[in-house]
Design a protein around this ligand. Structure first.
Ligand code: CUK
Ligand code: CUA
Length: 645
């Protein structure tokens, strides 16, 4: 909410300048007054016993998680915990997953996530992994789409505001990430006057390597760049596959937005990076090892335990020395999204304060580079002439353009935050085909499959910032909303709206038949290598080592073994290692104890999960299974006796 308010203040300030008057399009609609035709209900109704056609992985925004919806029904199927603790299944509370939230700043149990990306092979989804960014304490997570669990989190050094990520190259060679705030690098003395911005601050862009087989993440190299704000990115495909594109605003290099310095320039830039060439520089040794600190957290499948390692150096390529792979393209007024069409030829720059929407041509950019059609340099980086790179402009399409997506038929769809609408236009000639309002103030939009070379193109989802009168009121703090559009015809049609968790920003959808989550798969006890595992109820026991008490507990319908535990004293640290010794895939057991200072744990069949408890009062404290597992679920209970020291 705070973010939205700030953004609208910025927009209002800037729009005063840019458009001469304050506007806000959020005219409340009157209940029941949106035109939705009778067929809409039929199109989105998924009858009991039937499945949705697509999984939609929606960023949880300031909840830090990922929400999984079915499309077209808009039903919430699951919340995958990623960057925030989650009491529902103990993520970030239990001893197994706590380390996933470790950072160079220590334990950070929350974040603000904006963008999702699905792994790709040859610019098509391959259904293996989902990536998502953490904006605040800069991190990138990988979610395994077999288990729908967070498998790995890597922190990014020299980055403040990891907004421009995780945009992947078209064979998932790299995840690309940029810093939204330029700051003094971690390897410089950070304690400098803010007014020394131009001299002392730098922007860093990261290239994170993805292991082809395991998905494992490693930070390969960073580029040290001028102190712009690197807001968003996209990678090319087909002919432009070796390139990534970033929007830069605040190219005035201002350190105080209160003076509206950052929107002064008529044009900011799109930064085009030939990442293959950059990687060659990195491989050749054209870099410096720079000291820094960043965490790398991995969930190990065999033990179901996470480990966290703090790494301490990174390869940095100084672009004042090496910049033969970098070009700036002027782009009007505070660009937000930069979006590459399915062919890889067209690059759309979404200038938030620009009247027109520029479309650049990759072919023309290449020709301009070849023929030296430059307009000076910034920090040693060639600036390509605007007209030389331009394919065309969509004239006065709307106000406050943020993001553009594409269908498979050469059409583009752009979201306009201020005029609260989506405009459909043709890539070929930049002519407008259709426009439709959103309720209200759209941020991202997602044409399903738009970041592949063959978008599904059937549905489009708008992710809106303001819901005002969309749903039953729930107090002044409202949810955000997604709106589903049918884009199979010439005209866009609104067919559904549904609430989302957090502020959704971006989302990625994949055809349901591309994913085979491990429904029937579960951990065989024999494959469980957790050091606290037990295989039978007979192995259940209590061990004391000093003031540490380890309880090896078995959970099986419908008992917890042991169920009477005495001998715990105030001042003890108690660890419940609960193994679910069931060997049927759909029988989880939960566990918690009265007054514990963590959460519950949810233990899947064959797995071992550890809950730490520091008792702080004398008495008999019951524990029980928290997940209804059988007719005798309520009988899965026991007592812990806590005695004085
Ligand atoms: S986003 Cu992060 S401010 Cu337009 Cu990709 Cu919402
Ligand atoms: Cu086990 Cu309920």
């Amino acid at each position: 909410m705070i973010f939205i308010m700030k953004k609208s203040i910025l927009f209002s300030l800037a729009s005063l300048i840019a458009f001469g008057s304050v506007l806000h399009s959020c005219k409340p609609k009157k209940t029941g007054q949106i035109a939705v035709d009778d067929d809409a209900a039929k199109q989105v109704y998924v009858a009991p016993g039937h499945y949705d056609e697509y999984y939609d992985f929606v960023s949880g925004g300031f909840s830090g998680q990922v929400a999984v919806y079915g499309i077209p029904s808009g039903r919430l199927l699951k919340v995958i915990p990623v960057f925030s603790q989650n009491g529902e299944n103990g993520y970030g509370y239990d001893e197994n997953t706590k380390s996933m939230l470790n950072t160079s700043f220590g334990f950070v149990p929350w974040d603000d996530s904006h963008h999702t990306q699905l792994s790709e092979t040859d610019a098509m989804y391959d259904g293996r992994w989902l990536f998502i960014n953490a904006n605040n304490t800069p991190r990138i997570a990988r979610i395994d789409l077999k288990s729908f669990r967070t498998a790995e989190i890597i922190e990014l050094p020299n980055t403040s505001g990891n907004h421009a990520s995780p945009f992947i190259t078209c064979n998932t060679e790299y995840i690309v990430a940029g810093t939204r705030f330029s700051v003094p690098a971690d390897y410089e003395n950070g304690d400098v006057p803010i007014k020394d911005y131009k001299e002392k601050f730098r922007g860093h862009i990261s290239y994170i390597k993805v292991d082809k087989n395991t998905g494992g993440l490693s930070l390969d190299f960073q580029l040290a760049l001028p102190p712009f704000n690197y807001d968003l990115s996209h990678s090319g495909k087909n002919a432009s596959a070796d390139w990534s594109f970033f929007t830069c605003y605040n190219t005035e290099e201002a350190h105080s937005l209160l003076e509206v310095n950052a929107s002064h320039n008529d044009k900011d830039y799109i930064l085009a990076i030939n990442w293959k060439k950059a990687a060659e520089h990195a491989a050749k040794g054209d870099f410096d090892w720079k000291p820094c600190k960043y965490a790398h957290n991995v969930m190990h499948e065999d033990t179901e335990q996470a480990t966290s390692e703090i790494l301490n150096k990174v390869k940095v390529i100084d672009t004042r020395k090496y910049n033969d792979f970098l070009y700036l393209i002027p782009c009007p007024k505070s660009p937000h999204g930069v979006d590459v069409d399915p062919s890889g030829e067209y690059i759309v720059g979404n200038g938030k304060l620009s009247a027109n929407l520029p479309v650049f041509s990759f072919t023309k950019i290449q020709d301009a580079i070849k023929n030296h059609q430059f307009d000076g340099k910034v920090d040693g980086i060639n600036v390509i002439k605007y007209e030389s790179a331009l394919h065309g402009e969509v004239q006065s399409p709307g106000l406050g353009s943020l993001h553009t997506e594409f269908d498979a038929d050469g059409n583009a769809y752009t979201s306009f935050f201020i005029s609260s609408e989506i405009v459909k236009w043709r890539l070929k000639d930049c002519q407008i085909e259709d426009r439709i309002p959103t309720y209200y103030s759209i941020g991202h939009l997602s044409v399903l499959g738009a970041d592949t070379k063959k978008p599904y193109g059937k549905y489009m989802v708008a992710y809106n910032k303001i819901t005002k009168d969309c749903f039953l009121p729930t107090g002044p703090e409202l949810c955000q909303a997604a709106q589903l559009y049918d884009i199979s015809g010439k005209k866009m049609r609104l067919i559904l709206e549904f609430p989302t968790i957090g502020e959704p920003h971006y989302a990625s959808a994949i055809a349901a038949d591309m994913l085979k989550p491990n429904m029937m798969y579960f951990t065989r006890l024999a494959d469980n290598h957790n050091p606290y595992k037990i295989s039978t109820a007979q192995q259940a026991r209590v061990e004391r080592h000093g003031n540490r008490v380890d309880i090896y507990m078995a959970a099986i319908r419908s008992r917890l073994v042991p169920d009477n535990i005495e001998g715990i004293r105030l001042g003890d640290e108690v660890y419940f290692h609960v193994t679910n010794i069931e060997q049927e895939w759909d029988i989880p057991h939960g566990f918690t104890v009265k007054g514990n200072n963590n959460a519950e744990i949810l233990v899947m069949p064959g797995e071992t999960c550890t809950l730490k408890w520091i008792p702080n009062r004398v008495g008999i404290l019951p524990f029980y299974c928290t997940d209804f597992c059988s007719a005798l679920h309520q009988e899965m209970q026991g007592y812990a006796r806590v005695s004085p020291k």
